[in-house]
Design a protein around this ligand. Structure first.
Ligand code: PMT
Length: 395
Protein backbone atom coordinates (compact mmCIF):
# COMPACT_ATOMS: atom_id res chain seq x y z
CA UNK A 1 0.00 0.00 0.00
CA UNK A 2 1.75 3.15 -1.15
CA UNK A 3 -0.47 5.36 0.98
CA UNK A 4 -0.42 7.94 3.70
CA UNK A 5 -2.68 7.33 6.66
CA UNK A 6 -3.49 9.92 9.26
CA UNK A 7 -4.17 7.96 12.43
CA UNK A 8 -6.16 9.64 15.18
CA UNK A 9 -5.75 7.98 18.56
CA UNK A 10 -8.22 8.74 21.33
CA UNK A 11 -8.24 7.62 24.97
CA UNK A 12 -9.37 4.03 25.30
CA UNK A 13 -7.76 0.82 26.50
CA UNK A 14 -7.97 -0.58 22.96
CA UNK A 15 -5.03 1.71 22.21
CA UNK A 16 -2.71 -1.30 22.65
CA UNK A 17 -4.20 -2.79 19.47
CA UNK A 18 -3.48 0.44 17.62
CA UNK A 19 0.25 -0.10 18.22
CA UNK A 20 -0.03 -3.55 16.63
CA UNK A 21 -1.91 -1.98 13.71
CA UNK A 22 0.89 0.56 13.17
CA UNK A 23 3.46 -2.21 13.19
CA UNK A 24 1.50 -4.05 10.48
CA UNK A 25 1.13 -0.87 8.42
CA UNK A 26 4.85 -0.10 8.65
CA UNK A 27 5.68 -3.64 7.43
CA UNK A 28 3.64 -2.75 4.34
CA UNK A 29 5.51 0.55 3.85
CA UNK A 30 2.54 2.72 4.72
CA UNK A 31 3.35 6.21 5.93
CA UNK A 32 1.54 6.82 9.22
CA UNK A 33 1.06 10.27 10.78
CA UNK A 34 -0.26 10.04 14.32
CA UNK A 35 -2.37 12.51 16.26
CA UNK A 36 -2.90 11.66 19.92
CA UNK A 37 -5.48 13.28 22.14
CA UNK A 38 -4.70 14.32 25.71
CA UNK A 39 -6.61 11.29 27.01
CA UNK A 40 -4.77 8.92 24.68
CA UNK A 41 -1.50 10.12 26.21
CA UNK A 42 -2.76 9.04 29.64
CA UNK A 43 -2.69 5.44 28.35
CA UNK A 44 0.52 5.38 26.29
CA UNK A 45 3.24 7.96 25.82
CA UNK A 46 3.75 9.63 22.42
CA UNK A 47 7.28 8.18 22.43
CA UNK A 48 5.86 4.65 22.03
CA UNK A 49 3.83 5.74 19.01
CA UNK A 50 6.73 7.76 17.61
CA UNK A 51 8.97 4.69 17.79
CA UNK A 52 6.39 2.46 16.12
CA UNK A 53 5.36 4.93 13.42
CA UNK A 54 8.92 6.13 12.84
CA UNK A 55 7.53 9.67 12.61
CA UNK A 56 6.79 12.59 14.86
CA UNK A 57 3.56 12.22 16.81
CA UNK A 58 1.28 15.25 16.80
CA UNK A 59 -0.36 16.30 20.01
CA UNK A 60 -2.16 19.42 21.20
CA UNK A 61 -0.25 22.65 21.35
CA UNK A 62 1.66 24.82 18.98
CA UNK A 63 4.60 23.64 16.95
CA UNK A 64 7.19 26.26 17.89
CA UNK A 65 9.90 24.53 15.84
CA UNK A 66 7.91 25.08 12.68
CA UNK A 67 5.80 28.22 13.18
CA UNK A 68 4.86 28.67 9.50
CA UNK A 69 3.08 25.35 9.26
CA UNK A 70 -0.59 25.26 10.19
CA UNK A 71 -0.42 21.76 11.57
CA UNK A 72 -4.05 20.61 11.35
CA UNK A 73 -4.45 21.92 7.79
CA UNK A 74 -1.24 20.30 6.57
CA UNK A 75 -1.99 16.92 8.17
CA UNK A 76 -5.50 16.95 6.72
CA UNK A 77 -4.18 17.82 3.26
CA UNK A 78 -1.53 15.10 3.11
CA UNK A 79 -3.67 12.12 4.13
CA UNK A 80 -5.25 9.52 1.85
CA UNK A 81 -7.42 8.37 4.74
CA UNK A 82 -8.12 9.71 8.20
CA UNK A 83 -8.50 6.67 10.46
CA UNK A 84 -9.48 7.06 14.10
CA UNK A 85 -8.71 3.97 16.19
CA UNK A 86 -9.83 3.69 18.89
CA UNK A 87 -12.69 6.10 18.39
CA UNK A 88 -14.37 6.86 21.71
CA UNK A 89 -18.00 7.92 22.17
CA UNK A 90 -16.77 11.40 23.08
CA UNK A 91 -14.66 11.71 19.94
CA UNK A 92 -17.55 10.61 17.70
CA UNK A 93 -19.92 13.03 19.47
CA UNK A 94 -17.51 15.90 18.77
CA UNK A 95 -17.03 14.89 15.14
CA UNK A 96 -20.78 14.52 14.57
CA UNK A 97 -21.41 18.05 15.83
CA UNK A 98 -18.38 19.82 14.41
CA UNK A 99 -16.78 20.57 17.76
CA UNK A 100 -13.12 21.44 17.25
CA UNK A 101 -11.45 21.80 20.63
CA UNK A 102 -8.23 19.85 20.15
CA UNK A 103 -5.83 18.96 17.33
CA UNK A 104 -7.64 15.74 16.37
CA UNK A 105 -11.14 17.25 16.13
CA UNK A 106 -9.82 20.40 14.44
CA UNK A 107 -7.99 18.31 11.85
CA UNK A 108 -11.17 16.24 11.28
CA UNK A 109 -13.02 19.44 10.36
CA UNK A 110 -10.30 20.43 7.90
CA UNK A 111 -9.92 16.97 6.34
CA UNK A 112 -11.53 16.23 2.98
CA UNK A 113 -10.15 12.70 2.66
CA UNK A 114 -12.32 9.68 3.63
CA UNK A 115 -12.88 9.19 7.35
CA UNK A 116 -12.76 5.69 8.87
CA UNK A 117 -13.65 5.00 12.48
CA UNK A 118 -12.97 1.97 14.69
CA UNK A 119 -15.21 2.52 17.72
CA UNK A 120 -14.23 1.11 21.11
CA UNK A 121 -16.26 1.48 24.27
CA UNK A 122 -18.49 -0.17 26.84
CA UNK A 123 -21.61 -1.83 25.42
CA UNK A 124 -24.04 0.54 27.16
CA UNK A 125 -22.16 3.57 25.86
CA UNK A 126 -22.22 2.11 22.36
CA UNK A 127 -25.94 1.32 22.49
CA UNK A 128 -26.85 4.69 24.04
CA UNK A 129 -29.21 6.59 21.71
CA UNK A 130 -26.85 9.57 21.72
CA UNK A 131 -23.91 7.47 20.46
CA UNK A 132 -26.09 5.64 17.94
CA UNK A 133 -27.42 8.96 16.62
CA UNK A 134 -23.90 10.40 16.37
CA UNK A 135 -22.73 7.34 14.45
CA UNK A 136 -25.72 7.65 12.13
CA UNK A 137 -24.89 11.33 11.47
CA UNK A 138 -21.28 10.43 10.67
CA UNK A 139 -22.29 7.50 8.46
CA UNK A 140 -24.72 9.68 6.52
CA UNK A 141 -21.88 12.12 5.98
CA UNK A 142 -19.83 9.30 4.44
CA UNK A 143 -17.74 8.05 7.38
CA UNK A 144 -16.95 4.37 7.20
CA UNK A 145 -17.21 2.31 10.39
CA UNK A 146 -15.04 -0.68 11.13
CA UNK A 147 -17.52 -2.45 13.36
CA UNK A 148 -16.57 -3.30 16.92
CA UNK A 149 -16.96 -6.90 17.98
CA UNK A 150 -18.23 -8.91 20.93
CA UNK A 151 -15.86 -9.88 23.69
CA UNK A 152 -14.45 -9.31 27.12
CA UNK A 153 -14.34 -5.58 27.78
CA UNK A 154 -12.00 -3.61 30.03
CA UNK A 155 -14.98 -2.83 32.31
CA UNK A 156 -15.13 -6.54 33.21
CA UNK A 157 -18.24 -7.14 31.13
CA UNK A 158 -18.79 -9.30 28.08
CA UNK A 159 -20.52 -7.52 25.25
CA UNK A 160 -20.29 -5.48 22.10
CA UNK A 161 -17.87 -2.58 21.87
CA UNK A 162 -14.47 -4.27 21.59
CA UNK A 163 -12.44 -2.47 18.95
CA UNK A 164 -11.98 -4.45 15.74
CA UNK A 165 -8.76 -6.47 15.62
CA UNK A 166 -5.74 -4.95 13.82
CA UNK A 167 -6.06 -7.50 10.98
CA UNK A 168 -9.68 -6.47 10.46
CA UNK A 169 -8.75 -2.78 10.39
CA UNK A 170 -5.94 -3.56 7.96
CA UNK A 171 -8.38 -5.46 5.73
CA UNK A 172 -10.84 -2.55 5.85
CA UNK A 173 -8.03 -0.22 4.70
CA UNK A 174 -7.05 -2.65 1.93
CA UNK A 175 -10.67 -2.88 0.81
CA UNK A 176 -10.94 0.89 0.86
CA UNK A 177 -7.93 1.28 -1.43
CA UNK A 178 -9.01 -1.45 -3.84
CA UNK A 179 -9.04 -0.11 -7.40
CA UNK A 180 -12.59 0.47 -8.62
CA UNK A 181 -11.94 -1.12 -12.02
CA UNK A 182 -15.39 -2.71 -12.30
CA UNK A 183 -17.22 0.58 -11.91
CA UNK A 184 -20.04 0.88 -14.42
CA UNK A 185 -20.58 -2.89 -14.67
CA UNK A 186 -23.76 -4.53 -13.42
CA UNK A 187 -23.09 -8.13 -12.44
CA UNK A 188 -25.43 -10.91 -11.35
CA UNK A 189 -23.82 -13.36 -8.95
CA UNK A 190 -25.57 -16.52 -7.77
CA UNK A 191 -24.61 -18.55 -4.72
CA UNK A 192 -25.53 -21.61 -2.71
CA UNK A 193 -27.31 -24.88 -3.20
CA UNK A 194 -31.01 -24.57 -3.95
CA UNK A 195 -33.51 -26.42 -1.73
CA UNK A 196 -36.31 -28.51 -3.15
CA UNK A 197 -39.08 -29.27 -0.68
CA UNK A 198 -40.63 -32.70 -0.25
CA UNK A 199 -43.13 -31.58 2.36
CA UNK A 200 -43.38 -28.68 4.86
CA UNK A 201 -40.64 -30.28 6.96
CA UNK A 202 -38.08 -31.80 4.58
CA UNK A 203 -36.08 -30.67 1.60
CA UNK A 204 -33.29 -31.91 -0.68
CA UNK A 205 -30.20 -29.87 -1.28
CA UNK A 206 -26.42 -30.21 -1.84
CA UNK A 207 -23.23 -29.22 -0.04
CA UNK A 208 -22.78 -25.75 -1.54
CA UNK A 209 -22.31 -23.19 1.25
CA UNK A 210 -22.50 -20.19 -1.05
CA UNK A 211 -18.98 -19.04 -0.08
CA UNK A 212 -17.63 -18.96 -3.64
CA UNK A 213 -20.55 -16.82 -4.82
CA UNK A 214 -20.36 -14.62 -1.75
CA UNK A 215 -16.67 -13.85 -2.36
CA UNK A 216 -17.38 -13.08 -6.01
CA UNK A 217 -20.12 -10.66 -5.02
CA UNK A 218 -18.01 -9.13 -2.25
CA UNK A 219 -14.94 -8.56 -4.40
CA UNK A 220 -17.08 -7.24 -7.27
CA UNK A 221 -18.65 -4.71 -4.91
CA UNK A 222 -15.26 -3.62 -3.59
CA UNK A 223 -14.07 -3.20 -7.16
CA UNK A 224 -16.95 -0.85 -7.86
CA UNK A 225 -19.46 -3.08 -9.68
CA UNK A 226 -23.18 -2.91 -9.14
CA UNK A 227 -24.07 -6.35 -7.81
CA UNK A 228 -27.29 -8.33 -7.87
CA UNK A 229 -26.65 -11.17 -5.47
CA UNK A 230 -29.08 -14.07 -5.87
CA UNK A 231 -28.50 -16.50 -3.05
CA UNK A 232 -29.96 -19.76 -1.84
CA UNK A 233 -27.55 -19.77 1.12
CA UNK A 234 -27.82 -17.87 4.39
CA UNK A 235 -24.67 -15.80 4.38
CA UNK A 236 -23.70 -12.45 5.93
CA UNK A 237 -25.44 -9.54 4.21
CA UNK A 238 -23.42 -7.76 1.56
CA UNK A 239 -23.65 -4.02 2.07
CA UNK A 240 -24.24 -2.30 -1.23
CA UNK A 241 -25.55 -5.33 -3.14
CA UNK A 242 -29.12 -5.90 -4.19
CA UNK A 243 -29.70 -9.24 -2.48
CA UNK A 244 -32.42 -11.61 -3.67
CA UNK A 245 -33.02 -14.61 -1.40
CA UNK A 246 -34.35 -17.74 -3.09
CA UNK A 247 -34.93 -21.38 -2.13
CA UNK A 248 -35.61 -23.37 -5.27
CA UNK A 249 -34.08 -23.60 -8.74
CA UNK A 250 -37.32 -22.24 -10.20
CA UNK A 251 -37.07 -19.18 -7.93
CA UNK A 252 -33.41 -18.71 -8.85
CA UNK A 253 -34.27 -18.93 -12.53
CA UNK A 254 -37.01 -16.29 -12.14
CA UNK A 255 -34.61 -13.95 -10.31
CA UNK A 256 -31.83 -14.38 -12.91
CA UNK A 257 -34.30 -13.88 -15.76
CA UNK A 258 -35.60 -10.67 -14.18
CA UNK A 259 -32.14 -9.07 -14.19
CA UNK A 260 -30.31 -10.73 -17.11
CA UNK A 261 -31.28 -8.35 -19.91
CA UNK A 262 -29.89 -5.31 -18.07
CA UNK A 263 -26.78 -7.03 -16.72
CA UNK A 264 -23.25 -6.87 -18.11
CA UNK A 265 -22.33 -10.23 -16.69
CA UNK A 266 -23.65 -13.35 -15.00
CA UNK A 267 -21.53 -15.42 -12.64
CA UNK A 268 -23.28 -18.72 -11.83
CA UNK A 269 -21.42 -20.02 -8.78
CA UNK A 270 -24.63 -21.47 -7.35
CA UNK A 271 -25.34 -25.19 -7.34
CA UNK A 272 -28.97 -25.32 -8.46
CA UNK A 273 -30.71 -28.64 -8.10
CA UNK A 274 -31.26 -30.35 -11.45
CA UNK A 275 -34.38 -32.13 -10.20
CA UNK A 276 -37.27 -31.38 -7.86
CA UNK A 277 -39.89 -33.69 -6.35
CA UNK A 278 -42.81 -34.06 -8.75
CA UNK A 279 -45.19 -33.27 -5.89
CA UNK A 280 -44.59 -31.16 -2.80
CA UNK A 281 -46.85 -32.67 -0.16
CA UNK A 282 -48.99 -30.21 1.78
CA UNK A 283 -48.70 -32.23 5.00
CA UNK A 284 -45.69 -33.92 6.58
CA UNK A 285 -45.07 -37.35 5.00
CA UNK A 286 -45.72 -40.08 7.56
CA UNK A 287 -43.53 -43.15 7.96
CA UNK A 288 -45.10 -46.26 6.48
CA UNK A 289 -43.10 -48.85 4.53
CA UNK A 290 -39.43 -49.68 4.91
CA UNK A 291 -38.60 -48.02 1.64
CA UNK A 292 -39.90 -44.89 0.07
CA UNK A 293 -39.90 -43.79 -3.55
CA UNK A 294 -40.02 -40.19 -4.61
CA UNK A 295 -40.60 -39.15 -8.18
CA UNK A 296 -38.49 -36.27 -9.43
CA UNK A 297 -38.95 -34.02 -12.42
CA UNK A 298 -36.24 -32.08 -14.24
CA UNK A 299 -35.65 -28.46 -13.26
CA UNK A 300 -34.86 -26.07 -16.08
CA UNK A 301 -31.21 -25.27 -16.65
CA UNK A 302 -30.86 -21.62 -15.62
CA UNK A 303 -27.84 -20.93 -17.78
CA UNK A 304 -29.23 -22.60 -20.89
CA UNK A 305 -32.51 -20.73 -20.46
CA UNK A 306 -31.03 -17.26 -20.15
CA UNK A 307 -28.15 -17.61 -22.61
CA UNK A 308 -30.73 -18.15 -25.37
CA UNK A 309 -31.26 -14.38 -25.12
CA UNK A 310 -27.59 -13.54 -24.54
CA UNK A 311 -26.50 -10.32 -26.21
CA UNK A 312 -23.67 -8.38 -24.57
CA UNK A 313 -23.45 -10.30 -21.28
CA UNK A 314 -20.22 -12.02 -20.23
CA UNK A 315 -21.32 -15.35 -18.78
CA UNK A 316 -19.29 -17.36 -16.28
CA UNK A 317 -20.39 -20.91 -15.48
CA UNK A 318 -18.90 -23.15 -12.83
CA UNK A 319 -18.48 -26.89 -13.07
CA UNK A 320 -18.45 -29.00 -9.93
CA UNK A 321 -16.96 -32.33 -11.01
CA UNK A 322 -15.72 -35.51 -9.37
CA UNK A 323 -13.97 -36.98 -12.46
CA UNK A 324 -12.83 -35.96 -15.98
CA UNK A 325 -12.72 -32.38 -14.74
CA UNK A 326 -11.69 -30.41 -17.79
CA UNK A 327 -13.41 -32.56 -20.41
CA UNK A 328 -16.78 -32.37 -18.66
CA UNK A 329 -16.34 -28.70 -17.89
CA UNK A 330 -15.40 -27.76 -21.47
CA UNK A 331 -18.51 -29.59 -22.72
CA UNK A 332 -20.70 -27.73 -20.22
CA UNK A 333 -19.21 -24.39 -21.30
CA UNK A 334 -20.29 -25.02 -24.87
CA UNK A 335 -23.71 -26.42 -24.04
CA UNK A 336 -24.52 -23.56 -21.68
CA UNK A 337 -23.05 -20.89 -24.02
CA UNK A 338 -20.76 -19.56 -21.29
CA UNK A 339 -17.75 -17.40 -22.14
CA UNK A 340 -15.77 -18.88 -19.30
CA UNK A 341 -16.17 -21.93 -17.10
CA UNK A 342 -14.52 -22.35 -13.73
CA UNK A 343 -13.94 -26.05 -13.22
CA UNK A 344 -13.42 -27.36 -9.72
CA UNK A 345 -12.92 -30.95 -8.66
CA UNK A 346 -14.99 -31.06 -5.49
CA UNK A 347 -13.27 -34.25 -4.28
CA UNK A 348 -9.92 -32.49 -3.91
CA UNK A 349 -8.76 -31.38 -0.46
CA UNK A 350 -9.09 -27.58 -0.19
CA UNK A 351 -11.42 -27.32 -3.19
CA UNK A 352 -15.13 -27.10 -3.81
CA UNK A 353 -17.86 -27.10 -1.21
CA UNK A 354 -17.75 -25.10 2.02
CA UNK A 355 -13.99 -24.56 2.10
CA UNK A 356 -12.34 -21.12 2.20
CA UNK A 357 -10.02 -22.15 -0.62
CA UNK A 358 -10.55 -23.57 -4.07
CA UNK A 359 -8.50 -25.22 -6.81
CA UNK A 360 -9.82 -24.22 -10.21
CA UNK A 361 -9.11 -24.48 -13.90
CA UNK A 362 -10.36 -21.60 -16.02
CA UNK A 363 -11.54 -22.69 -19.46
CA UNK A 364 -12.48 -20.35 -22.26
CA UNK A 365 -12.37 -20.36 -26.07
CA UNK A 366 -8.57 -20.01 -26.00
CA UNK A 367 -7.87 -23.01 -23.80
CA UNK A 368 -7.39 -23.71 -20.13
CA UNK A 369 -5.38 -22.33 -17.23
CA UNK A 370 -4.95 -24.48 -14.15
CA UNK A 371 -4.68 -22.32 -11.05
CA UNK A 372 -3.04 -23.38 -7.79
CA UNK A 373 -4.97 -23.66 -4.53
CA UNK A 374 -5.96 -20.17 -3.43
CA UNK A 375 -8.45 -18.44 -1.16
CA UNK A 376 -11.90 -18.08 -2.68
CA UNK A 377 -11.53 -14.28 -2.41
CA UNK A 378 -8.35 -14.42 -4.51
CA UNK A 379 -9.98 -16.75 -7.05
CA UNK A 380 -12.93 -14.37 -7.21
CA UNK A 381 -10.51 -11.57 -8.16
CA UNK A 382 -8.95 -13.71 -10.92
CA UNK A 383 -12.38 -14.48 -12.35
CA UNK A 384 -13.53 -10.86 -12.14
CA UNK A 385 -10.38 -9.66 -13.90
CA UNK A 386 -11.16 -12.14 -16.69
CA UNK A 387 -14.74 -10.77 -16.86
CA UNK A 388 -13.35 -7.25 -17.17
CA UNK A 389 -10.96 -8.32 -19.96
CA UNK A 390 -13.88 -9.95 -21.74
CA UNK A 391 -16.00 -6.83 -21.43
CA UNK A 392 -13.17 -4.57 -22.61
CA UNK A 393 -12.45 -6.84 -25.56
CA UNK A 394 -16.06 -6.62 -26.73
CA UNK A 395 -16.12 -2.80 -26.67
O1 PMT B 1 -20.75 -22.70 -2.45
P1 PMT B 1 -19.41 -23.25 -2.00
O2 PMT B 1 -19.52 -24.12 -0.79
O3 PMT B 1 -18.37 -22.16 -1.85
O4 PMT B 1 -18.88 -24.20 -3.15
C1 PMT B 1 -18.55 -23.67 -4.40
C2 PMT B 1 -19.07 -24.55 -5.56
C3 PMT B 1 -18.34 -25.88 -5.55
C4 PMT B 1 -20.57 -24.78 -5.40
C5 PMT B 1 -18.81 -23.74 -6.87
O5 PMT B 1 -17.44 -23.53 -7.01
C6 PMT B 1 -19.35 -24.49 -8.07
O6 PMT B 1 -18.71 -25.35 -8.66
N1 PMT B 1 -20.61 -24.16 -8.48
C7 PMT B 1 -21.35 -24.86 -9.56
C8 PMT B 1 -22.04 -26.06 -8.99
C9 PMT B 1 -22.87 -26.80 -10.04
O7 PMT B 1 -24.07 -26.76 -9.97
O8 PMT B 1 -22.18 -27.32 -10.98
P2 PMT B 1 -22.83 -28.11 -12.27
O9 PMT B 1 -21.64 -28.68 -12.94
O10 PMT B 1 -23.92 -29.01 -11.80
O11 PMT B 1 -23.48 -26.96 -13.13
C10 PMT B 1 -22.77 -26.27 -14.15
C11 PMT B 1 -23.23 -24.83 -14.22
O12 PMT B 1 -24.60 -24.77 -14.56
C12 PMT B 1 -23.08 -24.06 -12.94
O13 PMT B 1 -22.63 -22.74 -13.22
C13 PMT B 1 -24.50 -24.04 -12.38
O14 PMT B 1 -24.72 -22.87 -11.58
C14 PMT B 1 -25.34 -24.04 -13.62
N2 PMT B 1 -26.66 -24.70 -13.49
C15 PMT B 1 -26.78 -25.93 -12.94
C16 PMT B 1 -28.02 -26.51 -12.82
C17 PMT B 1 -29.16 -25.81 -13.29
N3 PMT B 1 -30.37 -26.33 -13.20
N4 PMT B 1 -29.02 -24.61 -13.87
C18 PMT B 1 -27.77 -24.05 -13.99
O15 PMT B 1 -27.64 -22.94 -14.52
Amino acid sequence: MNKRILLGVTGGIAIYKTLDLISRLKKRNVHVDVIMTRHAMEFVTPLTFETMARAKVHTDGFDRENPEAVEHIQLAKDADVFLIAPATANCMAKLAHGIADDLLSTTALAATCPLMLAPAMNTKMLKHPATQKNMQILAERGAQFIASGQGFLACNEIGEGRMAEPVEILQALRDHFTKKDLQGLRLIVTAGGTRESLDPVRYLTNHSSGKMGWHLAHRALLRGAEVIFITAASLPALKGAKTVRVHTTMEMLAAVQEHFADADGLLMAAAPSDYRPAVVREQKIKKSDDTMTVEFVRNPDILKTVTKDKTHQFVVAFAAETENLTAYAAKKRQEKKADLIVANDVTQEGAGFATDTNIATLIDENGEVALPKMRKAALADRILTRVLQGKNASL
